[in-house]
Design a protein around this ligand. Structure first.
Ligand SMILES: Nc1nc2c(ncn2[C@@H]2O[C@H](COP(=O)(O)OP(=O)(O)OP(=O)(O)O)[C@@H](O)[C@H]2O)c(=O)[nH]1
Ligand SMILES: [Mg+2]
Length: 278
């Protein structure tokens, strides 16, 4: 409409300029709004993070480029109804749910904000703050839209952002090749075979459910090596149990009270199971 108004009036200024100004104002309003929303998200995030420091479950985070299918996978794994949409930033505020793994431990699954290339500089800091979730994760699932023509560049961008966030190669990571159903049969088969050959890659369809059981088995395997924090009290009569905990080197704090020893331990699920069997 800018062109039409300017042309039609035959001179610069007047109503044409007003229209441009109005457009600018609308864009400014949108930016202010987005900034305000992000500030709110960042604030609730840090509150949640503080609360989460006390959660005794390992955290598994879904990360990836926008539209890769994170929320769709999240919904499938949790039975939740997080908004999954074909739009940028469908997920603005990360979401967490408790999930019981089949034959495995309970975990907290976290759906995060989708990454995107060339984010406006003024939004980078805010987005980064919402992604600090990822730093608390014990296992990171990097979800990729493997049917997207730009899939490899997207994956590189995500890897770069993860590394600027401070996620290094010590973090357990699984690459999830999603949207297998959207590929022609022969290419889908080639992807399946390559994923099967390579450690740490799973080809799936969040839509049809293909490959999800195998993915979960792998997550459970990765979690076996993950330690988490728990607090409990041992009575004075439980000397054997207490000695075992110290022998395993899992006690991070101990306070003697009237009923016994209040302990903070940091251990794996395997160690916890062994302890319970004592
Ligand atoms: N065909 C197909 N479509 C999928 C699959 N997984 C997700 N989609 C679709 O891809 C679109 C984006 O899915 P979302 O789950 O919202 O993607 P997201 O990664 O959460 O996106 P952001 O929240 O923006 O980061 C939706 O239209 C989904 O229905 C899949 O396995 N196959
Ligand atoms: Mg999403």
């Amino acid at each position: 409409h800018l062109e039409r108004q300017r042309g039609g009036l035959g001179f610069v200024g007047g109503p044409g300029e007003t229209q441009i100004e109005a457009d600018r104002r609308a864009i400014d309003d949108q930016l202010v709004n987005l900034r305000r929303q992000l500030a709110k998200v960042v604030k609730t995030r840090s509150l949640h993070r503080a609360a989460r420091a006390k959660i005794p479950f390992p955290i598994v985070a879904l990360v990836g480029y926008t539209n890769a299918g994170k929320s769709t996978l999240f919904n499938r794994l949790t039975g939740a109804e997080v908004m999954a949409k074909d739009m940028l930033f469908a997920t603005l505020d990360p979401t967490m749910r408790r999930v019981e793994m089949p034959d495995g431990p309970e975990i907290i699954l976290s759906d995060t904000v989708g990454f995107i290339s060339d984010l406006p500089t003024e939004l980078v800091a805010a987005f980064r703050a919402t992604l600090e979730e990822v730093l608390a994760a014990d296992v990171i699932l990097h979800v990729r839209d493997i049917s997207h023509e730009d899939s490899q560049n997207q994956a590189n961008d995500v890897a770069a952002i993860l590394s600027t966030l401070g996620v290094d190669e010590n973090r357990a990571q699984i690459e999830v090749w999603n949207k297998l159903d959207q590929l022609p049969d022969d290419i889908a088969e080639a992807r399946r075979q390559r994923a099967a050959r390579e450690e740490g890659i799973h080809a799936i369809s969040a839509l049809t459910g293909e490959g999800i059981d195998a993915l979960l088995d792998d997550v459970a395997l990765k979690l076996e090596g993950v330690r988490h924090v728990e607090e409990f009290t041992l009575s004075f009569a439980q000397g054997k149990e207490r000695a075992w905990l110290f022998q395993q080197d899992v006690v991070t704090n101990e306070e003697q009270g009237e009923e016994g020893f209040a302990l903070t331990v940091r251990w794996t699920d395997k160690q916890k199971a062994q302890f319970k069997a004592l």
